[in-house]
Write a protein that binds this ligand. Structure first.
Ligand SMILES: Cc1cc2nc3c(=O)[nH]c(=O)nc-3n(C[C@H](O)[C@H](O)[C@H](O)COP(=O)(O)OP(=O)(O)OC[C@H]3O[C@@H](n4cnc5c(N)ncnc54)[C@H](O)[C@@H]3O)c2cc1C
Length: 274
């Protein structure tokens, strides 16, 4: 199925065009790196007939550290993240997504807003309680990530993810991120964990375990409770996960839990006592 394509040079132009197309009964979508849009189109799973390229919008291309925040525009590519390396944890997670050629195209916003459920780039944003700037033809709203990301980014129809803000204090904290794959060196994850230590507490976010990425608040509570030994904490943590656990060709639910137990141990070993 072919689709129309226009570039937008401002937030207003993009969001207005989206609303206009909607009013004409078209099926519009924002176009960033285009990797998912093209992939889904090839297999006829894209219900879109009009795309609005947002890559030229200045606000979506901001990538800087100011006095208080790291500001990342939604159209910053995973390669840009890696090259400027303002936030080593984000770099580490992004570097494991796809291959270099794909990362030159894939954007942070496209990964977070994508339909393919791994959305690994969101993990560092969940760990750092980041703030998202969202725009629609009705204006701009600024939201705390935990109010707008539940399994996926809860965008209203026609909303554009413009930027994310991460407080500077998080950029230099101790972290660990591990991606375990079942197939190839650049495949989607069996499980990816990202963890960060702040104010003496370990935070954990996970992709690939369920059909959505998530911040594992319950796991955090348990692994930070040092009144239990490490083995007790790991066992208890495995009983406090969202459900269902993925059980597919990549790996059974049982195997994923086995791998996760090992990853939680690595997180504790690396971050406890740091
Ligand atoms: C070979 C390969 C391997 C990959 N492996 C992984 C992996 O292991 N883990 C992983 O997490 N990802 C992986 N990906 C990436 C993932 O599957 C998506 O293809 C990618 O994240 C989409 O980013 P994009 O910038 O190309 O978005 P696009 O294809 O442009 O858009 C994706 C979706 O998001 C919407 N969108 C884009 N930007 C915005 C915005 N700013 N506001 C609102 N909506 C927006 C679009 O309308 C569309 O619905 C892989 C991709 C490839 C090609």
């Amino acid at each position: 199925m072919a689709f129309e394509y226009i570039p937008a040079s401002s937030i207003e132009q993009a969001t207005k065009k989206y609303a206009e197309m909607k009013a004409q009964n078209k099926k519009p979508a924002y176009y960033a790196g285009g990797t998912e849009i093209i992939t889904l189109r090839r297999i006829n799973q894209l219900n879109v007939d009009f795309t609005i390229d947002v890559k030229q919008i200045a606000a979506c291309n901001v990538h800087q550290v100011d006095e208080e925040y790291l500001v990342i525009g939604s159209c910053i590519t995973l390669t840009d993240v890696e090259e400027l390396n303002y936030f080593p944890l984000l770099t580490r997670v992004c570097k494991e997504i796809a291959d270099r050629t794909a990362r030159n195209k894939i954007t942070v916003g496209g990964n977070i807003c994508g339909h393919i459920f791994y959305r690994e780039a969101v993990l560092p944003f969940l760990l750092t309680d980041s703030v998202f700037v969202l725009a629609s033809e009705n204006g701009i709203r600024t939201e705390y990530i935990h109010d707008v990301f539940e399994e996926q980014l809860l965008l209203q129809d026609g909303e554009l993810l413009v930027q994310a803000f991460i407080e500077k204090k998080y950029l230099s904290q101790e972290y660990i991120a591990i991606k375990v794959r079942q197939h190839w060196e650049t495949g989607y994850p069996l499980i990816t964990v990202a963890a960060l230590k702040i104010d003496g507490q370990i935070r954990v976010a996970i992709s690939g375990l369920c059909t959505f990425p998530f911040r594992a608040f319950e796991v955090e509570r348990i692994i930070n409770n040092q009144t239990m030994n490490k083995e007790q904490r790991i066992t208890l943590a495995l009983n406090h996960l969202p459900s269902p656990i993925l059980d597919d060709v990549e790996g059974s639910a049982e195997y994923r839990l086995f791998v996760l137990a090992d990853l939680i141990e690595k997180i504790i070993n690396r971050l406890e006592g740091v």
